[in-house]
Design a protein around this ligand. Structure first.
Ligand code: PMP
Length: 353
């Protein structure tokens, strides 16, 4: 190692799911939405005045903040927006997890949490999920420097009941509890109603899944105005213009089209329930998922073998080798048609027909 490398911040980065690009592929590996964004998004994109791109965007992202606040029945000062929820979460780690006690998050969860903690030099501990991949609320009833977990959890898809979430928040009044609700719109219960009751709760959501806009990078946080102010202080100390003009305009259009949003979520939920039945009949087991993916294990076929076989047929799912998750596949819910092709492949491969 060169001497100058001593001064370098060394990190082990997060590995995003692969983004293959084949015309005939069925892409069930990164929990994207298989349906396009609302037609209102197309209109908003077409209406963008390219001359205005000379000018910086609104640093406060007022229109988008207002649209999100209106949708969720909040005031503007209860909403923060960022470049996907990854940006909102990273900013939240930097803002709220600034103590010397360990931050707590589950051992099996979104694998970006430990990366941010390492990047920002935040101490952390990872209480183990129980043998059925459920969060044990009691693990979070001890001294800590903050708490974060997704609800439903990823990659397990398991929802923590609302009363358990409330108990975790209630028992931790001296730290910030962040509930990452990236997948909440697919049938789980949001902790949002609790933000008026608990000033230490931050709820984070995204346009990447339920609003089909992973490519536009829009995420948001909701909490009491003091938390939102602290988040903005950190944001303005880092990069004032996180949201570009296209993201602001299309984000507003997407959030206003409630009908399309609810219809798309319903289609995915219906296909998910159909897929669950099919997978069970084929010998898969999994905890019940309230997300747009299913985290499943087969009774006899090894996950890695199945992952490769699917891949060879241009069907992409996510496989996390090693540890307790090493024999599972995370299967994103695609269109009904895509899931039928996927299930047909499995039937043949597992010689069930
Ligand atoms: N939280 C969880 C639990 C996720 O799975 C993801 C998706 N990778 C994110 C946050 C980040 O999503 P995005 O940055 O696209 O909003």
């Amino acid at each position: 190692m060169k001497k100058w490398e001593d001064n370098i911040r060394k990190v082990v980065p997060y590995t995003p799911g692969e983004q293959p690009n084949q015309p005939d592929m069925i892409k069930l590996n990164t929990n994207e939405n298989p349906y396009p964004p609302s037609p209102e998004v197309t209109k908003a994109l077409q209406a963008i005045d390219t001359d205005a791109l000379r000018l910086y965007p609104d640093p406060a992202a007022e229109d988008l903040v207002q649209a999100v606040a209106d949708h969720y029945g909040l005031n503007k000062d209860q909403v923060f927006v960022g470049v996907g929820s990854d940006d909102v979460l990273a900013m939240s780690f930097l803002t709220f997890f600034n103590g010397s006690k360990p931050v707590l998050f589950p051992d099996i969860t979104y694998s970006f949490y430990d990366v941010w903690a390492d990047l920002f030099r935040i101490p952390y501990e990872r209480p183990a999920l129980d043998e059925n991949f459920h969060i044990r609320k009691e693990d979070y009833f001890r001294e800590n420097g903050g708490i974060i977990f997704p609800n439903p959890n990823a990659p397990t898809g398991v929802e923590l009941p609302q009363q358990d979430i409330e108990e975790i928040i209630r028992r931790n009044p001296d730290v910030i509890v962040i509930v990452d609700e990236a997948y909440v719109d697919f049938g789980a219960k949001s902790a949002l109603p609790l933000i008026d009751k608990y000033e230490n709760l931050l709820v984070v959501q995204t346009f990447s899944k339920s609003r089909s806009m992973a490519g536009m990078r829009i995420g948001f946080a909701m909490g009491n105005p003091v938390l939102i102010k602290y988040l903005n202080d950190v944001k303005y100390s880092f990069n004032s213009y996180t949201m570009d003009r296209t993201a602001l305009a299309t984000g507003v259009a997407a959030v206003k089209d409630k009908k399309y949003f609810y219809e798309t979520c319903k289609k995915i939920i219906d296909t998910r329930e159909w897929t669950k039945e099919q997978l069970k009949a084929l010998g898969f087991s999994f905890e019940d998922s309230m997300t747009n993916f299913i985290f499943a294990e087969h009774e006899s076929c090894q996950a890695e073998e199945l992952f490769q076989a699917l891949r060879n047929n241009h069907i992409y799912v996510r496989y996390f080798p090693g540890g307790r998750t090493g024999n599972h596949l995370r299967i994103t819910i695609g269109t009904q048609k895509e899931m039928e092709i996927f299930i047909d492949f499995l039937k043949k491969y597992l010689k069930k027909e």
